[in-house]
Design a binder for this molecule. Structure first.
Ligand SMILES: [Zn+2]
Length: 312
């Protein structure tokens, strides 16, 4: 009996110590672009990859109604689909997104998709590539829809990528490219009109150390609008670790550690997690906030969903 008692105790302690892995929300992923020749394997392969990395939710951009249909077939609650826009006609007469409607989603289709829940975000907004400002007349109805449905909007920010990198590796890309369109101050007119919009600035820190004005504009926008969050995609993976660490330190020292979310931009999550582990000044609580809590807050996830995520 005592032996059985001892064994029971051992078994109990063993199961008590099996902790669920840290859940992760990846705010920044892409299904293949409409202009891409890459086959669209649909959500299956990405779902497998994400589950292996303890990603419990991801915002994934789609670039056509057909692709949105295909990706919304996935029933795993793993994906929130984001409509990518605006996309320029590139030099090969192709659009990276929504080719049937000149680089912008059809407004009737988009409203229906928001109503049905097929589309749950606008991501990634591509003003640099399009060479047009966020506050352009053509974007006004889209901002109004985002405000009406309360959907989060991910905006490609800062001035990158440089020529030859990312989709600018395609020589046909983006004849009107303008890095100034990614300056966060460009969003002020939009937020003035729609102060409750949930916007997340993407690629923060990606201009490296020499970006004083972009830092000033970013920090002042975060200060003026508590509903503006950010991701550090590309800074957290492909830029020198010092740039990543410096960006995190600036945000934490400025009091915005609760606005920092994880974005991978389809870079393998393992690499990003490794680098985040390397940054010693980040506490475990801050790491958990960057990986999950801040995005859960931004997306307003309910308690049941958070519980489910923790037990996955
Ligand atoms: Zn992206």
């Amino acid at each position: 009996m005592r032996a059985i008692g001892g064994f029971l105790l051992l078994a109990l302690t063993a199961c008590q110590t099996v902790e669920s892995p840290q859940p992760i929300i990846d705010m920044h992923r892409h299904a293949p672009l409409a202009s891409s020749f890459e086959p669209d394997g649909g959500p299956g392969s990405m779902a497998t990859e994400l589950r292996e990395q303890s990603v419990v939710l991801s915002i994934v951009s789609v670039t056509s109604p057909a692709q949105a249909e295909r990706w919304s077939d996935d029933t795993s609650d793993l994906f929130v689909l984001g409509a990518m826009m605006p996309c320029p006609k590139n030099l090969a007469e192709r659009y990276d997104c929504f080719p049937e409607t000149d680089g912008l989603p059809d407004l009737v289709w988009l409203r229906d998709s928001l109503e049905s829940g097929r589309i749950g975000a606008f991501h990634e907004l591509m003003f640099n590539y399009d060479g047009t400002p966020p506050d352009s007349a053509k974007m006004a109805p889209y901002w109004a829809l985002a405000a009406e449905y309360g959907v989060p909007v991910g905006v490609h920010s800062w001035s990158g990528p440089p020529p030859g990198r990312s989709i600018r590796a395609n020589p046909n890309c983006c004849p009107d490219y303008d890095g100034e369109m990614g300056n966060p101050n460009q969003l002020r007119a939009v937020l003035h009109r729609h102060p409750d919009l949930k916007i997340w600035l993407q690629h923060i820190g990606s201009d490296g150390f020499e970006a004083a004005e972009l830092w000033d504009e970013t920090l002042s926008l975060l200060s003026d609008y508590p509903n503006v969050y950010l991701d550090l995609s590309i800074t957290n993976s492909l830029l020198p670790i010092e740039v990543y660490e410096n960006s995190l330190v600036r945000l934490i020292e400025a009091g915005f550690e609760d606005r920092v979310m994880l974005g991978s931009d389809n870079v393998p999550i393992a690499l990003i997690l490794e680098r985040l582990e390397e940054i010693e000044i980040i506490s475990d609580r801050q790491r958990a906030a960057i990986l999950y809590e801040n995005a859960a807050e931004f997306l307003d996830l309910d308690a049941d969903t958070r519980r489910k995520h923790r037990n996955q």
